[in-house]
Design a protein around this ligand. Structure first.
Ligand SMILES: [Zn+2]
Length: 277
């Protein structure tokens, strides 16, 4: 049986980011597992705010469960605290994903890989898409665990070793981001200061097309991705940087997911239309 394991940072990354690919493979009969690293409840770090943190984490878990069930995948829920974006005070919390013990994090993921035994594993790329510290940390932990899972010398108590055939990284294509930035400028908006805290610079984001290896067409699964994204109401329900566009334009812009193949290494340039080529 074909099995796919995604290791992603936040509740919503599975839908906003890779929802189309997940929906497609699940519909094609692949056993899709989604492991989310953090509770997605950054921001409330002082003790007084602990209750607020717990409440938001509970809301986000509920949203995540609903989204993953629409995508028809199996959820492996978060164990760590959301770290927040660059310079967020939540980054200093000792239980934040980026501060917790990395050896324990790798072992936890190795255990999961050896239990599920997927052929294909997927995580964030080294830029985390938009430099989110939790995304970048997923790339570190995910890559280390992918290799460690195959090595009988490493984490011998974490199950029978398993070598996945492929490792992929999610990637935001540079030309798509440039197109959105151009459209924003035409509308009089500044693409270098976006997001809730105006701290995301769209012009720094994106992977050039010669580094993209895989392009997954999810046009037939657009509505499933949209329905899953809408479950994350606390995060705006999806649409991201293109939310203001008419629906037909969003459908045109977001019809493929792109990936970097990290294992086995391959020549640069896009040439795959599936993870099981
Ligand atoms: Zn995220």
């Amino acid at each position: 049986m074909k099995k796919l394991l995604l290791f992603l940072a936040h509740p919503d990354d599975e839908s906003f980011g890779t929802g189309g690919t997940v929906a497609r493979y699940a519909a094609e009969g692949v056993d899709v597992h989604i492991a989310i690293a953090t509770d997605g409840a950054a921001g409330s770090i002082a003790d007084d705010y602990e209750l607020g943190h717990e409440k938001l984490a509970a809301v986000r878990l509920k949203e995540l469960k609903a989204a993953v069930s629409i995508l028809n995948a199996t959820l492996h829920p978060p164990h760590y605290r959301d770290s927040g974006y660059i310079n967020d005070p939540a980054n200093d919390h000792p239980r934040a994903f980026i501060n917790a013990d990395t050896d324990e994090q790798i072992e936890r993921l190795v255990t999961l890989i050896r239990q599920i035994r997927p052929q294909v594993m997927l995580t964030h790329d080294e830029t985390g898409g938009y430099y989110h510290p939790d995304h970048i940390h997923c790339w570190k932990i995910g890559t280390a665990a992918f290799h460690a899972a195959a090595d009988p010398e490493q984490y011998p108590d974490a199950g029978e070793p398993h070598q996945c055939d492929r490792l992929y990284y999610t990637a935001v294509p540079k030309n798509r981001v440039q197109w959105i930035a151009r459209m924003m400028r035409l509308r009089g908006k500044d693409p270098t200061k976006i997001g809730k805290n105006k701290d995301i610079d769209l012009t720094r984001i994106g992977v050039p097309s010669n580094r993209l290896h895989t392009r997954i067409d999810y046009r037939s699964y657009w509505e499933i991705k949209r329905a899953a994204s809408r479950c994350h109401a606390s995060q705006g329900g999806g649409g991201g940087f293109a939310k203001w566009m008419p629906l037909w334009m969003q459908k045109w812009l977001y019809r493929y997911d792109f990936f970097i193949r990290a294992y086995p290494l391959t020549n640069d340039g896009f040439h795959e239309k599936t993870f099981w080529s």
